[in-house]
Design a protein around this ligand. Structure first.
Ligand code: SF4
Ligand code: SF4
Length: 177
């Protein structure tokens, strides 16, 4: 489990798709939405909205598992560890687009597209990279920055869980958190 990660609270999601749009922007070559839509290889979102009962949205993204089934399934070792941040990151120059990672992932968070990181390949695995470049520069992941409802936050896992325990305690005693 990552020390600090994107926490998803689907009950707060309103399905506005801003997380998807800003994720694609952050992974574009220009890092600008206005320019990104004109790029030859369109950047794609790495967070996806599922649709549940009564059309309730469910933001879904890579959990950066440890061990990671996707990484274990990848024959050409195209999914590397970012040890410092605990991330699993696809190297598009090594990916052969075989799809084994997506079949092994229990969360259905991998997609296949042409990627500017390996433009000669027609289709490679594309998934969340934890916005590691943004985080290294002191920013928060793009999806979190875009989310205005609190459905996505970038938190210390144990701190978030402690707050959740407090919410539960308040609910048990009938106090609105
Ligand atoms: S792509 Fe799936 S299996 Fe791989 S680390 Fe992310 S959630 Fe885990
Ligand atoms: S599609 Fe790419 S990342 Fe996925 S298992 Fe195949 S080579 Fe590895």
């Amino acid at each position: 489990m990552l020390k600090k990660t994107v926490i998803v609270r689907p009950e707060l999601c309103v399905g506005c798709m801003q997380c998807m749009i800003r994720c694609a922007e952050a992974h574009s070559q220009s890092k600008s939405l206005a320019s990104a839509i004109g790029e030859e290889i369109l950047a794609k979102p790495r967070i996806h909205l599922g649709v549940g009962p009564e059309n309730k949205p469910f933001p879904n993204k890579c959990r950066h598992c440890e061990p990671a089934p996707c990484q274990e399934a990848c024959m050409p070792w195209a999914i590397r560890d970012d040890i410092a941040e605990g991330l699993k990151i696809v190297d598009p120059t090594r990916c052969i687009g075989c799809g084994m990672c997506a079949m092994a992932c229990p969360y259905y968070v991998i997609r296949f597209f042409q990627d500017a990181g390996a433009p000669e390949r027609p289709s490679v695995a594309v998934k969340c990279d934890g916005c590691h470049e943004r985080v290294a520069a002191g920013a928060i992941p793009a999806c979190v920055a875009a989310c205005k409802t609190g459905a996505l936050t970038f938190d210390e896992v144990n701190l978030y869980l402690k707050q959740g325990t407090n919410r539960l305690a308040n609910a048990v005693y009938g106090v609105k958190a």
